[in-house]
Ligand binder design. Structure first.
Ligand code: ARG
Length: 456
């Protein structure tokens, strides 16, 4: 018989039970469910519903249930519909009828919202810490490559030279914002629903602030309808995770490209690449492809939950049970992915010679235009003149730097012999020393900022 079976003459159909039960996945909430119930039992003493002795029995009975879950000895029974009913059923077996007093003034609606908020807070912290590990790896590798030149691309076409540390740190800042978003998501989840009852509040004089404090929430919800009903904290977390996934996917895509032999900038460590069952020479970047692939799921989990929520009438509806697997799945995906990505970055083979060899003089065309600008020419005219020089070099089959001076001067009279000095990759990079630029001097400051962001 279900916990709520009183008004039913017949037991629930087996197929409906299979559809309805959430214990298969929400048992992951056992810690939070038990902590919430212990806080509720203490609050019931204050409300005059439980004697201190009864509350003590319930709290220690729940402690026993916790132990059973921790040691994987908890035995599920057929009527255990979800984690809340399973815990209460077992508690009552352990402590007797007094266990039946625990649910006074409470509903599974405020209970599940409480559990899931707590779980979400912990998950945000875990993912934040794992993102931080990856950031540390990026900082470490950047420290050693502050003057290692590589081609920078826009539209995936060669653009301007940059230093490798600059590329590495570009992902550091994306992940920094991801961590910031997770902190916000965590803090927005830290609002206690318990005491909201099924939807209308509870007649009991429970101290909601005390429960909030005991459980680690920073405040209590102000509207019982809202707090049993909304899952915006889940959506917000899923968004933060999805966007982190997008960043990891882009990191993955770059590493996949740069470790392709046509680029040859990177070589994945043997431990973090995979082979082909057929082609003996293959070395595949599977972890990065999985970063790219899993980001699709993370986005799907967010859009799935938003779609679930959008048409719901006020207060709790069973549709909301669908919130859990989405968040569990996104968290599981990132927990599996992040340690591997961190190791990929730590162990990534870097080939500075190949990166340097991939620099093409055309990538200094902007520097040549800057030369003309330094002579007082408006940039738009300089751009045009250098464009003509690039075309002339291509027509003559020459590298841009080997174009004879008269030809160069044919493109613009302001070109003189010292124009050749523009053809210096190191100088080009050194010149981009604006704050946040790729010049080693600017990158050194960026590294410092990154290190202090890690401490903050
Ligand atoms: N398993 C349910 C969920 O995850 C718990 C809340 C059930 N509430 C109810 N009124 N049926 O949403």
């Amino acid at each position: 018989m279900a916990l709520w079976g009183g008004r039913f003459a017949e037991p629930t159909d087996e197929d409906l039970r299979t559809l309805n039960d959430s214990i298969g996945f929400d048992r992951r909430l056992y810690r939070e469910d038990i902590a919430g119930s212990q806080a509720w039992a203490r609050a019931l003493v204050g409300a005059g519903i439980l004697s201190q002795d009864e509350a003590d029995q319930i709290v220690s009975g729940l402690q026993q249930v916790l132990k059973e879950f921790d040691q994987a000895t908890f035995e599920l029974q057929p009527g255990d519909e979800d984690i809340h009913t399973a815990v209460e059923r077992r508690l009552t077996e352990l402590v007797g009828p007094v266990g039946g007093k625990l649910h006074t003034g409470r509903s599974r609606n405020d209970q599940v919202a409480t559990d899931f908020r707590l779980w979400c807070m912990g998950a945000c912290e875990t993912i934040g810490a794992r993102l931080r590990d990856l950031q540390e790896a990026l900082v470490q590798r950047a420290t050693d490559h502050q003057v290692t030149l590589m081609p920078g691309y826009t539209h995936l076409q060669p653009a301007q030279p940059v230093v490798l540390a600059h590329w590495l740190l570009s992902f550091f800042w994306m992940l920094q914002r991801d961590r910031d978003r997770l902190v916000v998501a965590r803090n927005n989840a830290a609002v206690l629903p318990l005491g909201s009852g099924a939807l209308a509040g509870t007649p009991l004089a429970v101290d909601r602030h005390a429960m909030a404090q005991e459980l680690g929430f920073t405040s209590i919800s102000q509207n019982s309808l809202d707090s049993v009903s909304d899952r915006d904290f889940v959506a917000e977390t899923l968004f933060a995770l999805a966007l982190a996934g997008v960043h990891l996917s882009r990191l993955g895509e770059d590493v996949i490209l740069y470790s392709n032999p046509l680029f040859g900038f990177f070589a994945l460590d043997d431990r973090y690449s995979t082979g082909s069952s057929l082609m003996p020479q293959k070395r595949n970047a599977d972890p990065l492809e999985l970063a790219r692939g899993k980001s699709g799921r993370l986005i799907g989990n967010l859009s799935g939950l938003l779609a679930t929520m959008k048409g719901l009438p006020t207060a709790y509806n069973k549709d909301l049970q669908e919130d859990k697997e989405a968040l569990f799945d996104s968290i599981d995906a990132l927990n599996a992915l992040l340690p591997v990505l961190t190791a990929v970055i730590h162990t990534l083979g870097i080939n500075p010679d190949r990166m340097r060899a991939a620099l093409d003089e055309e990538m200094l065309a902007t520097d040549l235009a800057d030369y003309l600008v330094a002579q007082g020419l408006p940039f738009r005219e300089a751009h045009h003149a250098v464009g003509a020089a690039v075309r002339a070099a291509a027509d003559a089959g020459l590298p841009l730097s080997q174009l004879p001076l008269p030809t160069l001067q044919g493109c613009h009279a302001l070109f003189a012999a010292d124009a050749r000095e523009a053809f210096d990759f190191d100088k080009s990079v050194r010149s981009r020393d604006s704050a946040g630029g790729t010049a080693p001097a600017a990158v050194a400051k960026q590294l410092e900022a990154a290190r202090s962001a890690l401490e903050g």
